[in-house]
Design a protein around this ligand. Structure first.
Ligand SMILES: [Zn+2]
Length: 449
């Protein structure tokens, strides 16, 4: 894939290492990353039409939904039906094991992954062809270049590889930018830290939660990550890397730029942060993005907050048209200092449409609570409990403190939550180390009857 030797004017830098100077090249695919909006939209519309020609009538799921579709304009496109996760799940239950969103015979598919699934819900299985797997890797090429990763870098995966797609795709993607991959599956946290130091790892890939856990372990072991070779951390699986307090803590401990990435197993790798670190760029060369009102499904004007809807353009074997991600976002179309014309999610993913809790008339996202809690380095883990009391929704927060933390912490956290959220949230300390630690898809919000 093309690259160019252009360098950034460095954005703000939180660490002592000269991150930008090491960036091998700014862009992964300069030809598409710098298109003006009109050219970009023309390209997207052409690819939408090509995709429709490819999948109708081969793909039974989308032939049912889109057989009559004619997309000559963006107005036509916006009349296409939305696709939901519930639809995909129901389709796989009705036609096991892979459902009917298959464009080709099964022998064309070379990879199987699945969504993590939540309690009581079966995961959705997704299949990729050789072509779509290569597309995943190229999307990750954008993620890596955004983080300044290229030839000469050593990328460590602090992750036990399972059926979750994110880090497999990330693992494949390193080849597209010429970096070396070092798998860290089947290891304890201490061993992973040692492997990173032994191999002069320059890039760490893991969930933000796990990066914080590694930070905690490094402190315990007296390892100095801030002065190690690590220059960038790249996060997937959870939105934490766009929460300012989480990002700041990771950057401080690792002495590295902390990068966010957005994506979904069933959809693809959709976004990345660049070195300007001001929002998550959407990979608009490979997807069409829209923002809708989650209640009505109507497309919102640019800049308004709503639910992100995406159409992937490079996964013809198991495509998604106008897929409701459930993620609440606000798209920023102003030019980015990095020079890319891809729009950005201001502040990353702001929350999940179905995560919002209404407490005494105040809309609260668990990510907003996490943002406040992460400002307290004494809090090593936490749990948010949502419960009903006299027909009203209530919240409380359990704090798992660092050993030796004074008892006043709960009150301090409670006061700051009140200042920020304008809501009284009871906070309680629990025994240090008593709450579960997570490697992937942390489940810190517990809902009780
Ligand atoms: Zn940028």
């Amino acid at each position: 894939m093309a690259s160019q030797g252009r360098r950034y004017a460095s954005g703000h830098q939180l660490c002592s290492k000269d991150v930008s100077a090491q960036a091998p090249s700014a862009f992964f695919d300069p030809a598409t990353e710098t298109l003006d909006r009109r050219q970009l939209q023309d390209r997207q519309l052409r690819r939408v039409r090509e995709l429709l020609d490819e999948i109708v009538p081969r793909n039974p799921f989308y032939t049912r939904k889109l057989a009559q579709a004619r997309v000559e304009s963006w107005d036509d496109f916006r009349t296409l039906p939305l696709t939901t996760k519930a639809e995909l799940a129901a389709d796989q239950v009705a036609t096991p094991p892979y459902g009917t969103n298959l464009t080709y015979p099964l022998d064309r598919y070379v990879k199987l992954h699945q969504t993590s699934g939540t309690t009581g819900k079966a995961p959705i299985r997704v299949l990729d062809t050789e072509q779509s797997w290569d597309w995943w890797a190229r999307c990750w090429g954008h993620v890596y270049r955004g983080a300044g990763v290229g030839a000469g870098d050593r990328v460590f995966f602090a992750f036990s590889f399972g059926p979750f797609i994110g880090f497999w795709a990330a693992y494949e993607g390193t080849r597209k930018v010429g970096a070396m991959t070092i798998p860290g599956g089947g290891m304890q946290t201490d061993q992973r830290l040692q492997a990173m130091l032994d191999n002069d790892v320059t890039v760490l890939c893991c969930t933000p939660t796990y990066a914080l856990r590694m930070a905690e372990a490094a402190e315990r072991l007296g390892l100095d990550l801030a002065h190690s070779a690590v220059k960038a951390t790249v996060h997937a699986g959870e939105p934490g890397a766009s929460i300012p307090a989480v990002k700041a803590r990771i950057e401080q401990v690792f002495g590295a730029q902390c990068h966010d990435h957005t994506g979904m197993t069933e959809l693809g790798a959709t976004g990345f942060t660049c070195q300007a670190q001001d929002g998550v760029h959407l990979i608009e060369s490979e997807f069409v993005f829209e923002v809708i009102d989650p209640r009505t499904g109507a497309v919102l004007p640019p800049g308004e907050q709503g639910e992100l809807v995406a159409t992937n353009l490079g996964r013809a074997g198991m495509p998604l048209f106008r897929y409701r991600t459930g993620d609440l976002v606000r798209i920023n179309h102003t030019p980015c200092p990095c020079g890319r014309t891809f729009a950005r999610l201001a502040g990353g993913i702001l929350g999940r449409a179905d995560d919002m809790v209404v407490v005494r008339g105040v809309n609260v996202f668990p990510s907003a609570i996490e943002g406040v809690l992460r400002e307290f380095p004494e809090v090593s883990e936490f749990r948010i409990e949502v419960y009903s009391e006299r027909e009203m929704t209530e919240l409380r927060v359990l704090l798992d403190p660092q050993p030796g933390t004074p008892a006043g912490l709960a009150e301090q956290v409670g006061e700051r939550l009140h200042d920020r959220l304008l809501l009284r949230v009871p906070c309680e300390l629990v025994e240090p180390g008593s709450l579960p630690r997570f490697e992937l898809k942390a489940q810190r919000v517990i809902r009780r009857g």
